[in-house]
Design a protein around this ligand. Structure first.
Ligand code: BGC
Length: 759
C-alpha cells in the first residue's frame, strides 16, 4: 500500500494535494475521481454512534441515525474495568463497519482539571493513568473491528469556556505527568489511527499549529504514525498547521485556505515535502479504512442494547450503605421520588449526543414490583418548584419501608460548549431530600450526573448510589443494583469534594480569562487533596459492595531494583461474605524519600484490576511495575527519571485509605548527570563527593585568605569557620567569586565549572 500511495502522490497536482488536506464536508474526506481516490466518513462519538445522515449537516441541526447509547466516559471509567471498555469499543466498531464509518471521533482522554468543566462526562478521570488505560482499551476495541479512532482533544483542553481561544499555560513537568500522560499511554499502547488536536492554545501556541506537540512529542517521541486531524473548526493558520504536522482540516471549509497553502508552497514558505507528508497520511488513513471495510457487516440494535445494559451494571458506584439499607428486598414497600426515575438522564449534550432507539427508565425496569409507588416530587429537566408535588411526595414517604430519591443534574447544567457555574444539585432537590429524611429514616439517594456534585444531606441519608450518565441501559442497571440482582462494583474515577472552593484549580479555573494558568501544577484531583490533607466528601477510587472483601499481606518479589527491572506485587483478596461480587484492587506508589529536592505527590495510582470473587472465595492478584511507576518527569534532563530511594507500594481501598504496603528501594541504572553552573550552591556541591573534591580547594583558599586579611586569631577563625558553613550553604559559585575580593577569579570559576561538568 505504501508504494501505491507514493505513486498516487507523484500523480497529484499541487492543487489536488492541498485539497486532500481538508474534508469535503462535515464528515467526509475528499475524493479525487480522476485518480480513483475514494472518500471516507468519520463520525462521533465515544458513547455511541452519532452518524449524521445528511452529508453537510452540523451537529444539532439534524438528528443523527438511530443508535445505541452506551455509558459515557465517566461511567466507563467508574467500572475500573478495561475489558468492558474494550467491549464497548468492539461494539461501536461493529456498528461503524455496518454503517460504513471509517473512524469514531473519540475517545476523549482529557483530564478533569476542575469539576466545573462542562464536558467532564465525556472524559474519564482526574487521574492520567486511569484515563490513559481506559482510552487505550476503547481504542483497542474499536480498532479490532477494523475501524479507526480519533484520540482527542490533544491536549490541555480542560474547560469549555472560551474553548476556541484560551491559552493553557502549563509547566513542562505538569504537562508531561498530567495532561500528556493519558495521551501517551493510549498512543503507545493502542496506536490510534488518528489523533484530534484541541481548539485551544498551549503555552502560547495554537494546538492546530503546535509542532512541538503534534510532531516532536506525539510522533517523534511516542511513535504515533497515524493521521492528525483538527477538531471541528480549530484551524487558524493552515500553512503553519501543515508545517507543524496537522494533516487534515475538519470540516472542509470549502477549501477556504487552499489558495494560501498553494501560494506558500510556490513562494517556498512551505516545503512541498511537508505537504506531501500530510497528503500521504490522509491517503494512508483512507486506504486503511477501505482495506478494512467489511461490506457484509451488520448490527443488531437489540443485541447492542443488551450490551449497553450489561455494561451499565459494571459502572454503578455504591457510595454509602449504612446499616445495609441496600439492597432493597422484594417484599419491602418502597417509594421512588424524583423525575429522574421516569425521565432518566443518561447521556450528555453536544457532539457525543446519541439519537437513542430504546431507553430504559428506572420505572419501566421496576414494572414487576407491585410494592413500589412513585412520586415525581420535581422534574428532571429544571429547578422548578411545584409545591403540590412536593407535599404529596413528603406525605407518601411517611409510611414507606424505604424511600429512594432520584436526583441529578438537568441537561442544561452540564454540556459540551459551556462550563458549570457551581457543583450543586438544583435547590429543589436538596430541599426535598432534607424534608424526606425528616419523615423517613431509610432514605437512599440515586444520582444521575456527569460530574461530581455536593451533597449537603450526605450524613442524613442511609444510602447513596452514583449512576453517573450510564447510557440507555441505566434504568435496568439501576433497578438491578438497588434490588441486589447485580452487586455494585464501580469506583469513583474522580474526587467528590465537600465544596467547590476546595478544588485544586478553584482560583485559576476559567473566570473571564483568556490565559489560564495551571498553577496547581501536578497537584490535580486526589494528588491535591491528599497532599494538603483537605477532607473530601468521597475520595477518588471509593466504592462499596454488597460483599465484604479482605486482603492478605501483600508481597513483592524483590526489596530493591534498578529502574530497568520490574517488581511483581502479589496480594490475596478474600470475599468474606455469602454474596458473590467484584472487587477493584488498586495499587498506588508513594515516594518515601526524605529531603528530596523534587516536589512529590503523596501517592499515585500505578495499577488496578477488577476481579470476580464467589462467596468466600480467595484469589491471588498480581501486578508488575516498571520504571513508569516510580519516575517523575525531570525538566533538567528532559526525560523521565527515577530518583534513587525508597518507594512504598500500597494496596489501597481508595486514594486515601492504605490497606497494606511494602517498601522497596529503586535506583536508576544511569544516575542523573548533574549539571553545574554558576548558580549551583555550596550545599549541593558539598553533597556530591566528586564535585566537592573539585571545588573544596577554591573555597578553602577563599576562606583562608579572607581570614588572613582579617588578622583573625585561631579561636576566632575556628568559630568563623562554623558560622561560615551556615552562611555559605546557599551561596552560589558566582556569589563566592563576587564576594571574594579577587581571591577567586572569574577565569577560575570557568575552570571549576569545566571540571565539574566533565566528571
Ligand atoms: C468537538 C469534538 C467533535 C467534533 C465533531 C467538536 O465540536 O469538540 O469532540 O468530535 O465537534 O462533532
Amino acid at each position: 500500500m505504501a508504494n501505491k500511495i507514493k505513486e498516487i502522490i507523484k500523480k497529484l497536482t499541487l492543487e489536488e494535494k492541498v485539497s486532500l488536506c481538508s474534508g469535503s464536508d462535515y464528515w467526509h474526506t475528499k475524493a479525487i475521481d480522476r485518480l480513483g481516490i475514494p472518500s471516507v466518513m468519520v463520525s462521533d462519538g465515544p458513547s455511541g454512534l452519532r452518524k449524521q445522515d445528511v452529508e453537510a449537516e452540523n451537529p444539532g441541526v439534524n438528528q443523527s441515525i438511530k443508535a445505541v447509547c452506551f455509558p459515557t466516559a465517566v461511567s466507563l471509567a467508574a467500572s475500573f474495568d478495561t475489558e468492558i471498555v474494550q467491549t464497548v469499543g468492539e461494539t461501536i466498531g461493529r456498528e461503524c463497519q455496518a454503517e460504513n464509518v471509517a473512524a469514531v471521533l473519540g475517545p476523549g482522554v482529557n483530564i478533569k482539571r476542575s469539576p466545573l468543566c462542562g464536558r467532564n462526562f465525556e472524559y474519564y478521570s482526574e487521574d492520567p493513568y486511569l484515563a490513559g488505560k481506559m482510552g487505550a482499551a476503547f481504542i483497542r476495541g474499536v480498532q479490532s473491528a477494523g475501524v479507526g479512532t480519533s484520540l482527542k482533544h490533544f491536549c490541555a483542553n480542560n474547560q469549555e469556556y472560551r474553548r476556541n481561544s484560551y491559552d493553557s499555560r502549563v509547566d513542562e513537568r505538569t504537562l508531561r505527568e498530567i495532561y500528556l500522560r493519558a495521551f501517551e499511554i493510549a498512543v503507545r499502547e493502542s496506536k490510534p489511527w488518528t489523533v484530534m488536536c484541541a481548539y485551544n492554545l498551549v503555552n502560547g501556541v495554537q494546538m492546530s499549529e503546535n509542532k512541538r506537540l503534534l510532531t516532536d512529542i506525539l510522533r517523534n517521541e511516542w511513535g504515533f504514525d497515524g493521521l492528525a486531524m483538527s477538531d471541528w473548526g480549530a484551524v487558524r493558520d493552515r500553512v503553519k498547521g501543515i508545517a507543524a504536522g496537522l494533516d487534515l482540516e475538519m470540516p472542509g471549509n470549502c477549501g477556504a485556505y487552499d489558495d494560501l497553502v498553494i501560494e506558500a508552497v510556490r513562494d517556498g514558505e512551505l516545503s512541498e515535502k511537508a505537504l506531501d507528508i500530510c497528503v500521504e497520511r490522509v491517503l494512508e488513513f483512507v486506504y486503511r479504512s477501505i482495506e478494512n471495510h467489511n461490506a457484509q457487516a451488520a448490527w443488531d440494535k437489540e443485541e447492542d442494547h443488551r450490551i449497553a445494559r450489561n455494561i451499565a451494571n459494571e459502572c454503578i458506584v455504591l457510595l454509602k450503605n449504612d446499616e445495609g439499607v441496600l439492597p432493597i428486598k422484594n417484599d419491602e414497600y418502597v417509594l421512588f421520588i424524583g423525575g429522574f426515575a421516569k425521565n432518566v438522564r443518561f447521556q450528555g449534550g453536544g457532539s457525543s449526543h446519541v439519537n437513542c432507539v430504546n431507553v430504559d427508565s428506572v420505572l419501566y425496569a421496576m414494572q414487576w414490583n407491585t410494592k413500589l409507588r412513585y412520586e415525581e416530587g420535581y422534574s428532571s429537566f429544571d429547578d422548578s418548584v411545584d409545591q403540590r408535588k412536593i407535599k404529596s411526595a413528603i406525605e407518601s414517604a411517611k409510611d414507606a419501608d424505604k424511600v429512594v430519591i432520584f436526583a441529578g443534574l438537568p441537561d442544561s447544567y452540564e454540556s459540551e460548549g459551556y462550563d458549570r457555574k457551581h457543583i450543586d444539585l438544583p435547590q429543589v432537590q436538596n430541599d426535598l431530600i432534607e424534608e424526606i429524611v425528616k419523615v423517613n429514616p431509610h432514605v437512599i439517594v440515586v444520582l444521575q450526573n456527569g460530574s461530581c456534585v455536593t451533597m449537603p444531606w450526605a450524613d442524613r441519608v442511609q444510602g447513596i448510589m452514583e449512576t453517573y450518565l450510564c447510557g440507555e441501559g441505566i434504568g435496568v442497571a439501576t433497578a438491578r443494583a438497588l434490588y441486589g440482582k447485580v452487586n455494585p462494583s464501580g469506583r469513583l474515577p474522580e474526587t467528590f469534594p465537600l465544596r467547590l472552593e476546595d478544588t485544586p484549580s478553584y482560583i485559576d479555573f476559567s473566570g473571564d480569562c483568556q490565559v489560564i494558568d495551571y498553577r496547581e501544577g501536578i497537584f490535580t484531583g486526589y494528588r491535591y487533596y491528599t497532599k494538603k490533607k483537605i477532607p473530601v466528601l468521597f475520595p477518588f477510587g471509593h466504592g462499596l459492595s454488597y460483599s465484604k472483601f479482605s486482603y492478605g499481606i501483600m508481597k513483592t518479589d524483590t526489596d530493591s531494583m534498578k529502574d530497568d527491572e520490574t517488581v511483581e506485587v502479589t496480594v490475596d483478596v478474600i470475599n468474606e461474605s455469602d454474596i458473590p461480587g467484584k472487587e477493584v484492587v488498586q495499587l498506588y506508589v508513594e515516594a518515601d524519600i526524605p529531603n528530596t529536592g523534587v516536589r512529590r505527590t503523596v501517592r499515585e495510582l500505578k495499577a488496578f484490576t477488577k476481579i470476580f470473587l464467589d462467596a468466600h472465595e480467595k484469589k491471588n492478584v498480581s501486578f508488575i511495575l516498571d520504571k513508569s511507576a516510580f519516575a517523575y518527569y525531570d525538566v533538567e534532563i528532559s526525560d523521565w527519571y527515577v530518583e534513587p530511594g525508597d518507594y512504598k507500594l500500597e494496596i489501597c481501598r481508595n486514594a486515601e485509605e492504605v490497606i497494606s504496603y511494602r517498601t522497596i528501594s529503586v535506583t536508576p541504572k544511569r544516575p542523573k548527570k548533574k549539571i553545574y553552573n554558576e548558580n549551583s550552591v555550596y550545599k549541593d556541591l558539598k553533597e556530591d563527593k566528586h564535585a566537592w573534591k573539585i571545588v573544596k580547594p577554591y573555597f578553602d583558599k577563599y576562606i583562608r585568605e579572607y581570614l588572613n586579611d582579617q588578622n583573625t586569631d585561631e579561636q576566632a577563625a575556628e568559630a568563623f569557620g562554623a558560622d561560615m558553613e551556615i552562611f555559605l550553604a546557599d551561596c552560589t559559585i558566582r556569589n563566592a567569586v563576587n564576594m571574594s575580593q579577587g581571591k577567586i577569579t572569574r577565569q577560575e570559576m570557568e575552570e571549576i565549572l569545566d571540571k565539574l561538568n566533565k566528571q
